[in-house]
Design a binder for this molecule. Structure first.
Ligand code: PHE
Length: 340
């Protein structure tokens, strides 16, 4: 029995210490030796047949063998686990010094940056933002703006018709009407948005573009207020040096009407390629709200007066950034857009 114990010990320890030992194999060895049907367990069971003097001696030896084997298994298990952990740590090391992948960040489109900048200037002067639909009634786009059917002003603003009465708005001016219908003076609004005209696309025309409308109505509003507001606006947007020029013009919904120019942003007035030798750049149309328009919205023109203005966002952005082709705005080429 002594030899048998010695043999079990040697075999088991030899199996544990082979080079290709792993945790699963270790568990098998443990079961084969110490398990219910294990070799050592079998020996211990057979101790009943020993003599009274032999039993404590062999019993002690058997215990020693079991302790040795258990210890060898536990030690090996601990070593294997540590090796496994170290492998995992090595595999999962993160090199924090490797340069990261830069996430491409989007930003507002050049046109909307300009639109926002313009609106901010007016908001800082106490204007509210108003919005109106792009699909509009003929009534708001033309008739209520003093442009009856067959009026020649319709020719310059030919647009896309959904039905005889419904169209894509050709200007943001219908927002004037919608605002005055639901709000009584004092009114002070700015209204940015998309407008449509049946123009062929070329370097300076697009069938879709953007305008910003302004409207002020109150008691005692004069052309002087219009000039003051527009001058403050132009200096805020283009710089304190710009001068404004009002040229008489005609819009059916304002009287008197004007087209407004700023002194050239590039040459300051001498004449260059940006202003096409003019020294001036047209930036908007404006005028005093026509009495017919006020009356049509239920506002008494003998009590109230007002002014309105409208500007093209593309045109202003093109002059501000010296962009010579309107199509760049719509092509979504990031080489262009990322410059703003
Ligand atoms: N709506 C006019 C246009 O598109 C501009 C304008 C607006 C003129 C308000 C006067 C007052 O040409």
């Amino acid at each position: 029995m002594r030899e048998k114990l010695q043999e079990i010990k040697e075999k088991t320890l030899a199996a544990i210490t082979t080079g290709d030992i792993n945790l699963a194999r270790l568990e098998e060895i443990k079961v084969a030796c110490l398990g219910k049907k294990g070799s050592l367990t079998a020996v211990l069971r057979g101790m009943g047949g020993l003599s009274a003097e032999e039993r404590p001696v062999i019993g002690q030896l058997a215990n020693q063998v079991r302790q040795d084997i258990e210890k060898a298994i536990e030690d090996t298990k601990a070593r294997l686990k540590e090796e496994e952990l170290n492998r995992t740590l090595r595999r999962e090391t993160i090199d924090v010094t490797v340069p990261g992948n830069k996430a491409a960040l989007g930003k507002a489109h050049a046109l909307y940056q300009v639109e926002r900048e313009i609106c901010d200037i007016f908001v800082s002067m106490g204007f509210d933002i108003a919005e109106g639909p792009e699909v509009e009634y003929d009534y708001y786009n033309f008739e209520a703006l003093n442009i009856p059917p067959n009026h020649p002003a319709r020719d310059t603003q030919d647009t896309f018709y959904i039905t005889d009465r419904v169209l894509l708005r050709s200007q943001t001016s219908p927002v004037q009407i919608r605002t005055m219908e639901k709000q009584k003076p004092p009114i002070r609004i700015i209204s940015p948005g998309r407008v449509y005209r049946s123009d062929a696309l070329d370097a300076t025309h697009s069938p879709v573009f953007h305008q910003i409308e302004g409207l002020v109505v109150d008691k005692g509003i004069t052309m002087g207020d219009l000039k003051g507001i527009l001058e403050t606006y132009a200096k805020a947007l283009f710089g304190a040096d710009v001068k404004l020029r009002f040229r008489p013009h005609h819009f059916p919904f304002t009287e008197p009407s004007a087209e407004v120019d700023v002194s050239c942003l590039l040459c300051g007035g001498e004449g260059c390629r940006l202003c096409k030798g003019e020294g001036w750049i047209e930036i908007l149309g404006a005028g005093m709200v026509h009495p017919n328009v006020l009356r049509g919205c239920g506002i008494d023109p003998d009590v109230y007066s007002g002014f309105a203005f409208g500007m093209g966002v593309e045109r202003i952005a093109m002059k501000k950034y010296e962009i010579d082709d309107i199509r760049y705005f719509y092509e979504n080429d990031t080489r262009f857009l990322s410059q703003f």
